[in-house]
Design a protein around this ligand. Sequence first.
Ligand code: FE2
Ligand code: FE2
Length: 390
Amino acid sequence: MSDAVRFLTGLTQALSASVLYGENHPAYRRAADAAFRQLQDLQKAEGTRLEFSFLDGEVVFRERVVHELCAWEWIPRLAEAGIQRIEVGGEAGPDEFEEFLDLLIGRLAGRPFDSSSIRHEGNGNLRFGHVSVHRMQPAAPAATSVLATLDYGLHEECQAIHWLHEEVSRSGRLPLLEAEVLVQSLSVAMHAERATVLPLLQLKDFDQYTTTHSMNVAVLAMALAEALELGSAQVRAVGVAGLLHDLGKVRVPREVLLKPGKLTDAERAEIQRHPAEGARILLAGDQPLDLAAVVAYEHHLMLDGSGYPCRHSQRDTHYGSRLVHVCDVYDALRTRRPYRDAWESETALQYVEQRAGLEFDPALAAVFTAMVRRWDHRVMAVPEVAVTAS
Ligand SMILES: [Fe+2]
Ligand SMILES: [Fe+2]
């Protein structure tokens, strides 16, 4: 990926994080910090004066079309908000970058037009607007970068996952960038020193199950991937796959999903459609999520070939599917359901150990159980998180 693509992607991740969480949230701070560093890298590689335009479905950087960003979802979003051009006139400091982001966020949120926000005649180094802007003046060199602070609850993430599911249900499309920002945010939470390692949410409402379960599986899957010493890109990909493994449930009737009693055969068949439905949604986007789609499809398949969807020939499932499967089952057992209490962690871990080699990949099961036992003193139960229904 070129530095220009990296900067624009980082910039829009910061914008997405602000939409999802607000500007005081650590996920936004972290994304803003990364975007600032990406701008500095780009300026080092390409010189300090930069120009981008977003028009007619194309991103143009220095009069060249950026092919990697063809059909990028942010082109119409920026253009519709009147951000058809971004110009950088020199080295900007972190405060100036921060202010620039704030103006962009305001513009995207449809804050009333304020001529100063376009800054056609401004003396800053960062500008955006409809048309080209000239006479930029240099400013003081960049000082220290923006630092993230970690002070976490996971309420915003809960809301964001809930929103993500609603969005898929409503439009049939996955807001990919937001899903990736969410996973980054969960990764920050997971590494925060005094914060939750695993949010074992005690749910007030069974309807919140898929939301919090998705979050728990994403966190567990990333932690397991790290314990297995996978690279950071794979850890992130596994996190996205964990977050989205049950996405297909948005296409299962709510009354079936929420039914507290015993399911009929027809109802069970409805629920068992969710792996294939999830894979379909994940493959239908502009940028198909291959790993997440495979994991969504295979996460109810056992090592010995049992489980669903039913397959005509037996072959091994993907490593990512086996990894998410352990996390999925553990979290399901740890969660209170309408028909049973939550299992104690140790009981759930013993179940995983007993089923290693039958249901679970034995090597993954061993690393997973050791990891959770190391963690247990750090696990925090977050009681009664309310997800606002929209
Ligand atoms: Fe599932
Ligand atoms: Fe699940």
